[in-house]
Ligand binder design. Structure first.
Ligand SMILES: [Fe+2]
Length: 296
């Protein structure tokens, strides 16, 4: 069956028909989806009643699955899902919604800030793939922002001023901005900041985009308050409604986004009810900037 893509927004995001993600994909279909990702940066597939194993197999069509290590505070015996699956539900390992003060819940609330997945890793993620197993009765939309359109809309002076800037990204910064600051020494070491270019160029299309994320807490060589002022200003610019597609989840929706070209955030929902969302992540293949020399 031929894959067709119908645009959902003037600059990005498309809805795909003609694909069953549970079945092995033909080479042509994988190429068509990758081409769709290059153009739309967010692709929506409806009615994909997929299992975890099928989701991981589908994900491998686009590259290696990223290791979850170093990206959360969940302890080894607290995982609900198998390795390779990222649990972005509101559920503990027994399948119950987290208590209000559960540390994991408070940490996960950082997903409500605009971000790009794994921008806190030296080699950041390529795609994220999210399967909606149980959706919220209301709320819980995921919003996406087109970082190419946001870049294109900057004036020439600002574009020139930011061209070569390098930012420091860490989960300590995004969580810290929400008042979640109680980290163990091991967590602080795990969440050590990494460096990323502020402007990225897409390897296939050559389009430039803003590589923004709430994980940013500093710009190399800049005073911190000045850096945070610029980053706030850029995030405000990049997330104006003209650049945003808000996805209203239906059960068994499957959404893929390109973290190199978009930011996203989840909106509030009733957390007393289960919202079971399961992510896989395609690892990126390169750093965007040289890392800081290791401390002595
Ligand atoms: Fe995310």
């Amino acid at each position: 069956m031929a894959i067709l893509i119908h645009p959902l927004h003037p600059t990005f995001a498309g809805e795909v028909s003609g694909a069953d993600l549970r079945a092995p994909m033909s080479k042509e279909d994988v190429v068509a989806i990758e081409a769709g990702m290059d153009r739309y940066a967010v692709l929506v597939f409806r009615n994909q009643r997929i299992s975890d194993d099928e989701q991981m197999a589908f994900t491998r069509n686009f590259g290696e699955i990223e290791h979850a290590r170093g990206g959360n505070i969940t302890k080894d015996d607290e995982f609900r899902l198998q390795q390779g699956m990222i649990d972005v539900s509101n559920l503990d390992q027994r399948g119950q919604p987290f208590d209000r003060n559960d540390r994991r819940r408070m940490f996960n609330l950082g997903n409500r800030l605009w971000h790009s997945d794994s921008s806190y890793r030296a080699v950041p993620a390529k795609y994220s793939l999210l399967s909606a197993r149980i959706v919220a009765a209301s709320g819980g939309n995921t919003e996406f922002a087109d970082m190419r359109a946001a870049y294109d809309a900057l004036d020439a002076d600002l574009r020139a001023a930011i061209e070569d800037l390098i930012c420091e990204h860490s989960l300590l910064y995004s969580r810290g901005s929400m008042g979640f600051t109680e980290f163990t020494a091991a967590e602080r070491a795990m969440f050590r900041p990494v460096r990323q270019s502020l402007v990225r160029t897409h390897p296939v299309t050559g389009r430039k985009s803003l590589y923004l994320s709430s994980h940013i807490g500093a710009i190399v060589g800049w005073p911190v308050p000045e850096a945070r002022d610029l980053i706030r200003d850029l995030i405000e610019h990049a997330t104006q409604r003209a650049f945003v597609y808000a996805h209203v989840w239906q059960q068994y929706d499957f959404v893929i986004w390109d973290n190199r070209q978009t930011m996203h955030r989840v909106r509030r929902f009733d957390e007393s009810q289960p919202r079971d969302m399961r992510r896989t992540t395609v690892a990126g293949d390169a750093m965007t900037a040289a890392q800081a020399p290791a401390e002595a």
